[in-house]
Design a binder for this molecule. Structure first.
Ligand SMILES: [Zn+2]
Length: 257
């Protein structure tokens, strides 16, 4: 990744923070700079998760910084640097690579975030927000038409994401009002139902949602946590990199989950 221009780490952090406004969110882990690397940054690799595979690929690419949706530190961890955590941290520190991670702020960004970018990929247009911290998006097809059925919507989503979709409760009627929230947002289903959605698109399903779908007659589509969250990190990191004149590349480490 040849980069002709570099910026100070603090300048890059300020640019990410200005876009994502992490202070507006109550989150499950620290947003911003999670691991400090070298002071000057010319190239960024973005990815979904700060996995060992992504860190190794970023080292290979010669990145000065990694930008991810899922960082290393989460509420509820035991706080030890052992096992996979040791391996990931050792690689970052040994190669002096900065790790930037933004969780809920990246889901929520109105144009470059995961929900906005999933809508772009699926051809949906948001008309409103719903759910805790207003993370859920609700709207319909961008061209204004409906999907003939929940099966038609599921087929459309499956082909756009190139991944099989789990569909519960195919509704009889055409689908006009669609809610979505990327990743592990199955807990938003009841709020989506209350907001009047006829179908809800997210990454994962848990046992209770199948019953809610059947009992409320609202289609539930589980499309993959990773598959629904592949689009925000490259959009945001690419935008900021272009703004600051830095090199950027998205590296997708495929994940069936
Ligand atoms: Zn996620």
């Amino acid at each position: 990744m040849p980069s002709t221009h570099t910026v100070d780490r603090a300048e890059l952090l300020a640019a990410f923070d200005a876009e994502l406004q992490p202070e507006r969110f109550k989150d499950y882990g620290p947003n911003g700079l999670q691991v400090e690397g070298r002071a000057r940054i010319g190239s960024i690799v973005s990815g979904v998760t700060a996995s060992r595979a992504l860190i190794e690929a970023a080292i290979e690419a010669g990145a000065d910084a990694i930008f991810v949706h899922h960082g290393l530190f989460w509420r509820g961890q035991d706080g030890t640097v052992t096992g996979w955590m040791k391996q990931r941290l050792r690689l970052l520190l040994a190669h002096d690579i900065n790790l930037f991670a933004y969780h809920l702020p990246l889901d929520a960004h109105p144009t470059l975030g995961n929900n906005a970018q999933l809508a772009r990929v699926l051809g949906l247009q948001a008309t409103g927000r719903f759910g805790e911290q207003e993370l859920g998006f609700i709207g319909g097809r961008a061209e204004g038409d409906r999907f003939a059925s929940a099966e038609a919507l599921a087929a459309h989503v499956g082909s756009a994401l190139n991944r099989p979709v789990v569909l519960v409760q195919p509704a009889q009627a055409a689908i006009e009002k669609i809610a979505w929230c990327t990743g592990g947002a199955q807990g938003y289903f009841e709020d989506a139902i209350a907001a009047g959605a006829q179908a809800f698109i997210t990454g994962e399903i848990s046992e209770p949602q199948a019953h809610y779908a059947r009992e409320c007659g609202v289609a539930f589509l589980a499309c993959g946590h990773h598959a629904t969250e592949r689009y925000g990190a490259p959009a945001l990191a690419g935008h900021v990199a272009a703004q600051l004149g830095l090199a950027h590349r998205f590296i997708d480490i495929d994940n069936p989950g």
